[in-house]
Design a protein around this ligand. Structure first.
Ligand code: MN3
Length: 353
């Protein structure tokens, strides 16, 4: 386990890197399904009339869902961020590091993102197209759109209490189905399934109770026949090439995170002349480097350069451990730790492509 200050330091570094990404994306003109969402958040315009999805979704449910529930998530998110120092983070950062913000931020940032996606992926006249990019991917992953609907329906029906059913792009660019509690989604660090959602179905009672009462299954059948597959196709093609997917892949690299945590906990005190943490934890430091080498490197980062840098970390951290055991002086240990810190950031840098 990592303590709070290490955790915070890691988060700030991550957020800083994500910020660099955001600037790079802006300059390069990439688009993203999360683009340009920053504080203060605004309720996106509903792309159709309240009755546009009848009979699948009745006008009253749509009106309340959009103008009361979604509007409340936006208002509560802005209130939770206002004056708290977190206004600077983009919506994708709030989601990516949801576990490190207050639950109020996690729930309302999720609520805003999830509902914005929901409105966009519903329509009565944009049927599944097997020739589209997502159509081909669905057939490849699930054999048919009907099998996918069965999986989504099951995911939504078996989600206990409130939550969402998702079709999402995994970090290895495959399609998968999952469900999440409350307003969580697969972008979030708190989610056991990670990736970018491209189709989400709200299974909170507020999404269906007026018309369907307790019959969640009937609602799921109806809503899954009211999917705007052109919008899902757009989400899919954007998600597949999104740098956010690579960020999620890196953020899910648990051995890298574990090494980063011990690096932060030992190197930063050493910069202030405090060598106690590295003297106490050099064995653990070496073990975490070895675990990084022995673990599975995520596909996007599995390059000769990254492997070479990891090998250097393993060798260097073993040498550092020997220095500590032989009670070398502070200057020697500090120098070695600084060198390893540079090597580590080479890996971080190589991951930012
Ligand atoms: Mn809802």
């Amino acid at each position: 386990m990592i303590n709070n200050s290490e955790n915070k330091s890691r988060t700030m570094k991550n957020l800083k890197q994500t910020g660099i990404w955001a600037i790079a994306l802006f300059i390069l003109g990439f688009t993203s399904i999360l683009q340009a969402q920053n504080y203060p958040y605004e309720l996106s315009k509903l792309p159709y009339a309240f009755n546009a999805l009848e009979p699948a979704i009745d006008a009253s449910t749509m009106e309340i869902h959009y103008s009361k529930h979604h509007a409340a998530y936006v208002k509560n998110l802005n209130n939770a961020l206002k004056g708290g120092g977190n206004e600077k983070y983009s919506l994708d950062e709030l989601l990516l590091y949801a576990g490190e913000f207050d639950d109020v931020i996690r729930n309302n940032a999720g609520g805003h993102f999830n509902h914005s996606m929901l409105w966009n992926i519903l329509a009565l006249d944009h049927p599944f197209n097997p020739q589209s990019e997502v159509g081909k991917a669905v057939i490849s992953a699930f054999s048919s759109p009907d099998s996918l609907k069965t999986l989504l329906s099951k995911a939504g029906a078996t989600r206990f209490g409130s939550g969402w059913a998702w079709l999402y792009v995994t970090t290895d660019k495959k399609l998968a189905v999952c469900s999440s509690p409350n307003q969580d989604n697969p972008i979030m660090d708190v989610s056991p399934e990670r990736g970018i959602p491209i189709l989400g179905i709200d299974v909170w009672e507020h999404a269906y109770y007026l018309k369907y009462q307790n019959k969640r299954g009937d609602y799921l059948t109806a809503v899954l026949n009211a999917i705007n597959w052109d919008a899902v196709n757009k989400n899919y093609t954007e998600a597949i090439s999104s740098p956010l997917l690579i960020t999620i892949e890196k953020e899910s690299w648990s051995e890298l995170n574990a090494f980063h945590a011990i690096m932060a906990a030992t190197f930063h005190p050493s910069e202030d002349g405090n060598l106690k943490p590295i003297r106490e934890r050099s064995g653990e430091f070496m073990a975490k480097a070895k675990a990084l080498q022995d673990g599975k490197i995520p596909p996007s980062f599995n390059t000769p350069e990254v492997k070479k840098a990891i090998a250097e970390l393993v060798k260097g951290s073993a040498a550092l451990n020997q220095m500590v055991l032989k009670k070398a002086d502070d200057k020697t240990i500090s120098k070695k730790l600084g060198d390893l810190h540079d090597v580590f950031h080479t890996i971080q840098g190589l991951c930012r492509h």
